[in-house]
Design a protein around this ligand. Structure first.
Ligand SMILES: Nc1ncnc2c1ncn2[C@@H]1O[C@H](COP(=O)(O)OP(=O)(O)OP(=O)(O)O)[C@@H](O)[C@H]1O
Ligand SMILES: [Mg+2]
Length: 148
């Protein structure tokens, strides 16, 4: 039988209500399992942003996004702290693939489970499952929970 012990939970945050729900779920599951929560936001650096302005501008745009991401992560941390759940977080900048970064981070954290929302901030409402969630479900090296 597979060892289904859940000690390390990664939760993917994008600031959407859906990912907030995922974070709530991750924290309450971690509390029950005495597991650690590692929360991650991937900030995409768009080439088009670089084309539009100078490098300085791109730097500013990315920094602003990193700051906003920090705010999202702080609110999950507060929830984890309140529940005595071990917590860490990371903001990852990428020029390539958000799902790949989430999967790599989960590997790095020896994650037993990745928790995500069904939808994010950027998708069409009619989509049942966003492309980031779909790609992580398809390619992750560990079980993935999509919270609805
Ligand atoms: N940049 C990101 N960093 C971390 N987690 C993310 C990121 N983007 C999405 N997620 C996670 O994936 C879940 C589903 O979002 P997803 O991006 O797949 O859907 P969407 O935004 O509605 O559609 P799409 O991005 O395909 O247009 C989110 O609730 C969140 O858990
Ligand atoms: Mg999205």
């Amino acid at each position: 039988m597979t060892n289904a012990k859940i000690s390390n939970i990664v939760v993917a945050i994008d600031g959407s209500d859906s990912s907030r729900k995922a974070a709530d779920y991750a924290v309450s599951l971690a509390k029950e399992k005495d597991a650690k929560v590692s929360a991650v936001v991937v900030v995409t650096i768009h080439r088009s942003d670089a084309l539009r302005g100078s490098a300085e501008t791109l730097h500013k745009i990315v920094n602003k996004q990193v700051n906003i991401a920090g705010g999202w992560l702080n609110s999950v941390k507060e929830d984890a702290d309140k529940n005595n759940v071990k917590f860490e977080s990371r903001v990852i900048k990428t020029t390539t693939s958000v799902p790949e970064e989430i999967i790599e981070y989960a590997k790095d954290k020896k994650s037993d489970l990745i928790v995500m929302g069904t939808r994010g901030r950027t998708g069409f409402k009619k989509m049942l499952l966003g492309s980031v969630a779909s790609a992580v479900v398809t390619h992750a090296g560990c079980p993935v929970m999509v919270v609805r």
